[in-house]
Design a protein around this ligand. Structure first.
Ligand code: FAD
Length: 335
């Protein structure tokens, strides 16, 4: 396979926000040989490299002067009869969830309708409705951009945490995920730990299809579809603060909600609640806006630039810092 690198490619069709930004160089990667050739091309031309999946968790604030590796590598291999599956990075996540469920292998139903690719799923350890990817992850296969070498990372080596992993930190940022291996289950056991999901289900013993459909329905009612209104889902992470700070906040904000964390001295506060209190839900700000459905979702109503969205995000986080003394961290990768 001979690598073809396109020049001056508009990325608006490749990102959830749909904002215009030009990539100086752009390579469509469908396999190992192309990936290694593209890395060599980047080195030869001294280019910064950015790995792009479905673009549903990135914001390009301006043009990108380097090489975009668009991970379009397809393929799903069922490795045994017990639900061990290895998937190439470019597979669409939601289609993969449907594929697994249809084959009778369960676990991913609560993660239905999360946009993006399989390869990006371990990067921020995608999660929704009480389930995180790491619960099923056996191994990640990755290529190191510095050496072109392939390495395998088992679950422990991936250092998963809330919306975090090895692949977001230090040397881990040089790794390109090529394949993800998951262990699913032939035995259906619903995960109904999330209250909103329990409330929406009519049965206490729902089928896999009922959970899947209900998750899709809730998500459609709460989140704008990036294919219609440009967005990248939750723009900020839910902040984790000390229990002491939380108690101090309760004095002024008696009904401030929180979720427990694994550490009893720390609690997680819903960023959407903070932003709603500060009046951000549904607010228009120049050409950018905050979704009327969800205060955590910034949207491109049509004409916004990456910079418009970035400036809005900055204003939102400084207003939360001022009002609650909490610094919001973006979940979206800002380039
Ligand atoms: C409407 C909406 C709802 C969402 N809901 C959720 C949700 O419920 N839970 C959740 O966790 N997320 C959610 N997201 C965020 C997003 O869907 C996930 O983060 C998803 O995994 C991103 O996939 P992607 O392929 O689009 O990644 P991209 O946006 O292309 O990339 C995201 C990051 O991963 C890196 N990356 C991508 N592919 C690879 C690879 N193969 N190797 C190495 N690095 C790579 C990129 O460099 C970038 O840093 C939502 C987004 C939207 C738009």
């Amino acid at each position: 396979m001979v690598l073809r690198v396109a020049q001056q490619v508009d990325l608006s069709a490749y990102t959830g926000f749909g904002v215009s930004s030009r990539a100086a160089h752009f390579a469509d990667i469908t396999g190992e040989e192309e990936l290694l050739q593209a890395l060599a091309y980047g080195k030869q031309h001294h280019l910064p490299v950015f790995v792009l999946g479905g673009g549903t968790n990135v914001l390009f604030v301006r043009d990108f002067p380097g090489l975009i590796l668009y991970m379009n590598w397809q393929g799903i291999d069922w490795l045994d009869e017990a639900g061990l599956v290895r998937t190439a990075c470019g597979e669409n996540w939601h289609s993969f969830v449907i594929n697994c469920m249809t084959k009778g292998f369960h676990g991913l139903e609560n993660l239905a309708l999360i946009p993006g690719t399989v390869g990006a799923a371990p990067i921020q350890n995608i999660g929704a409705y009480g389930v995180e990817l790491e619960q099923f992850l056996v191994e990640v296969r990755a290529v190191d951009t510095r050496t072109g070498r392939v390495a395998l990372f088992d679950h422990a080596a991936c250092e998963f945490a809330y919306r975090d992993s090895l692949f977001k930190q230090g040397a881990g940022r040089h790794l390109i995920v090529t394949h993800v291996t998951l262990q699913l289950s032939a035995h259906w056991q619903p995960n109904l730990s999330y209250q909103a999901l329990r409330d929406a289900l009519s049965s206490e013993t729902p089928t896999a299809e009922q959970v899947f459909e209900t998750v899709c329905q809730i998500r459609r009612s709460k989140l704008p579809d990036p294919a219609i209104t440009g967005n990248a889902g939750s723009f900020f992470k839910n902040p984790v603060i000390s229990s002491e700070k939380f108690a101090a906040l309760q004095v002024d904000f008696a009904n401030i909600p929180c979720f427990p964390t694994d550490d009893q001295d720390l609690v997680k506060v819903p960023a959407a609640w903070l932003l709603e209190q500060a009046g951000w839900k549904g607010r228009q700000h120049g050409r950018a806006a905050v979704s009327a459905k969800h205060a955590l979702v910034l949207v491109n109503p049509g004409e916004a630039t990456g910079e418009d969205i970035f400036l809005l995000a900055q204003e939102m986080s400084s207003s939360i810092l001022q009002r609650f003394g909490i610094a919001l961290q973006p979940e979206v990768q800002i380039i």
